[in-house]
Every structure is written in structure tokens, then in C-alpha cells.
Design a protein around this ligand. Structure first.
Ligand SMILES: *Cc1c(COP(=O)(O)O)cnc(C)c1O
Length: 324
């Protein structure tokens, strides 16, 4: 598949075969207490328990598995605020190729250490003044490496779609599916899966309130670019949707809504108090919007929620969740 063509559900099915036995089939968590708080029946896809602690491993391994012999020799380069970096680093190690990761200076220390721990070389940049895509493209040309972007890539989108494919297979019929939204890899893959397996389900993407470029893009019918948003949701600090993710989202999503940082903390606390789970701020975007009532018409419904990641420094987690 050329890297500029729109993926389909057949690509999600192919990704599922690639990932079988190599990515975890993560559990779908239930909690009566959380259902009471939300006023609906929640089915929580636990991607914070995925390898590297986020769904990003799915797209990364699927993309690297499609490399030809030349690309494998040169290796992979990625730019990311964290989870895509760790995912590419581990996927590169598993497929036996070198990896360079371009990461911002203010990326969480845990994420940088984990990326280096998987054997990748880390190159730092300033996310508020420098262009990471440019840095990655220049390095790639210099070293003969292949760039795998964090969301705007057909194999990445197809890989991310396998999480909601599993959720729909394991949870049974759902009325609503809700996922976090950054650059749109997870949401567009989820839309492909839901379109095939649950065409009746409503699907929502949830952005941080400070970074509502996806919502604005949907309303304006074009890709709207914003300044790097300042939000607790560091995994969704994207400035724009992609050329592949935008048309899929535009044509298939029910709607995009937002969650505030305060609502993210409330949802993190609810996950810790009920299911005793550590989920990162970006990882609870979808849950936060269901709990706050921002997702329309969930009362009494069967609602699938993707918990997208769990990589948060524990000191930071305690600070956020422990505060009164
Ligand atoms: C990357 C990421 C997202 C956003 O995914 P996109 O494919 O960019 O929309 C959400 N949650 C976590 C934990 C992530 O790492």
C-alpha cells in the first residue's frame, strides 16, 4: 500500500494478523461504581496495559513490519512527544532495525528514558520554536532512514484500528464508541473498525479543550492548524489533523467534543479509585468526556471507551490524583 493512500477496513484486518501474538489483546474493563458515576454501561478498552503502555505499539509494529529489505537496513526515524517514540523504539528492536527518535526537550522524563531503554537514539528539539518534521526529514535524508509519522500513515492508522476492532469483538454490541483524538490515527482507525463491525454505533473523538483543532476542522470542512496547545494531555498536543486522518474523520465521525484539564484529573482519579488503574491524562480523554456529559445521549447506553495510555511519571500522577 502506498503511504499516501487511504486505508480501509481490510487494512485493519491485515494489521490484526500482523499483531497477533506480538501485541497484547488488552482486556475490556468493567466497573459498577464507574457505571453509576457515568450513568451508562461502560466498556473500557485497557490500552494503558498494551506493550509500551499505549495503543501506539499497534501502529508502529504494523508500519515497520511492512518495510522492505532496504528500509529495514536503513532503519526508522520518528518524531513524537512520547508514546509513538517508545512504540517505534520497541517495534524497531523487535524487527531488528536501528531507530532515531526526535523528541521535545519537555517530554516526560519517563518517556525519554523508556525510549532510550529500548535502544533508540534520541535527538532533542524545542516544541515551541522548532519544526520536528523538518528535523526528522533532514536526518532521514542524511542517514538513509525512513520516517514513520505518528498518525498520518496508512499502516499506522490500520494498526491503531485493531484496538476498537478487539473492543467490538469482545464487548458485544455497543451504542457509542469514544476515543481520544490528537492527530487522528486512533480515531480514524477506530472509525474503519466501527464502520465494518458496528455500523449502527455513534463514534466520538475527544480533544483537550485547549487544542480543539479537530472540532474546528470538522466545522470548517478543512484542516485547521492551531498553536501547540498547553494541556495536561501531552499525547494530544497536536496542532492539526493529517491529510489521511482528516477525510476519514470528516466522512465518518459522529462528532468531536472536548474535555478540560480539570475533567481529565477527575477521570484519572475515578480510574484510580474504582478500578485501581494508572491512566495518563491523555489516556482518560474519552472517559472524561463521558463522565462530564459532553458526549451526547449516553444515558443507559452501552458505551465503549478507549483508555489510550498509562505513561505518566508516578510523582506527577500522585500530585494530580492526590490533590483535594
Ligand atoms: C498518541 C496518543 C493519543 C492520540 O492519538 P492520535 O492517533 O494522535 O489521535 C491519545 N492517547 C495517547 C495515550 C497517545 O499516546
Amino acid at each position: 500500500m502506498p503511504t499516501d493512500s487511504l486505508p480501509t477496513y481490510a487494512d485493519v484486518e491485515a494489521a490484526a494478523r500482523v499483531l497477533e501474538d506480538r501485541a497484547h489483546r488488552t482486556p475490556v474493563l468493567r466497573s459498577r461504581r464507574l457505571d453509576e458515576l457515568a450513568g451508562c454501561e461502560l466498556h473500557l478498552k485497557a490500552e494503558h496495559l498494551q506493550r509500551v503502555g499505549a495503543f501506539k505499539f499497534r501502529g508502529a509494529l504494523n508500519a515497520l513490519s511492512a518495510f522492505d529489505a532496504d528500509q529495514r537496513r536503513g532503519g526508522v526515524i520518528a518524531y513524537s512527544s512520547g508514546n509513538h517514540a517508545q512504540a517505534i523504539a520497541l517495534a524497531a528492536r523487535e524487527t531488528g532495525m536501528p531507530a532515531v527518535i526526535v523528541m521535545p526537550h519537555d517530554a516526560p522524563a519517563l518517556k525519554v528514558a523508556a525510549t532510550q531503554g529500548y535502544g533508540a537514539e534520541v535527538v532533542r528539539y524545542d516544541r515551541y520554536t522548532e519544526d520536528r518534521e523538518r528535523i526528522a526529514t533532514d536526518l532521514a535524508a542524511e542517514r538513509g532512514m525512513t520516517v514513520v509519522p505518528p498518525y498520518d500513515h496508512p499502516h499506522v492508522i490500520a494498526g491503531q484500528g485493531t484496538a476498537v476492532k478487539e473492543l467490538l469483538e469482545d464487548a458485544g454490541e455497543l451504542d457509542v464508541v469514544v476515543t481520544p483524538l490528537g492527530g487522528g490515527g486512533l480515531l480514524s482507525g477506530s472509525l474503519l473498525a466501527a464502520g465494518a463491525l458496528a455500523p449502527q454505533a455513534r463514534v466520538y473523538g475527544i480533544e483537550p479543550a485547549a487544542g480543539d483543532d479537530g472540532l474546528r476542522s470538522l466545522r470548517e470542512g478543512r484542516i485547521v492548524t492551531i498553536e501547540t496547545p498547553r494541556t495536561l494531555a501531552d499525547g494530544a498536543q497536536t496542532t492539526h489533523l493529517g491529510h489521511l486522518t482528516f477525510p476519514i474523520i470528516r466522512d465518518r465521525v459522529t462528532d468531536v467534543v472536548t474535555a478540560s484539564d480539570e475533567e481529565l484529573v477527575t477521570a484519572m482519579r475515578a480510574m484510580a479509585a474504582t478500578l485501581k488503574q494508572v491512566v495518563e491524562p491523555t489516556g482518560v480523554l474519552a472517559l472524561a468526556a463521558v463522565l462530564s456529559g459532553a458526549v451526547p445521549d449516553t444515558a443507559g447506553r452501552r458505551v465503549g471507551v478507549v483508555l489510550s495510555g498509562g505513561n505518566v511519571d508516578l510523582g506527577r500522577f500522585a500530585e494530580l490524583v492526590g490533590a483535594p
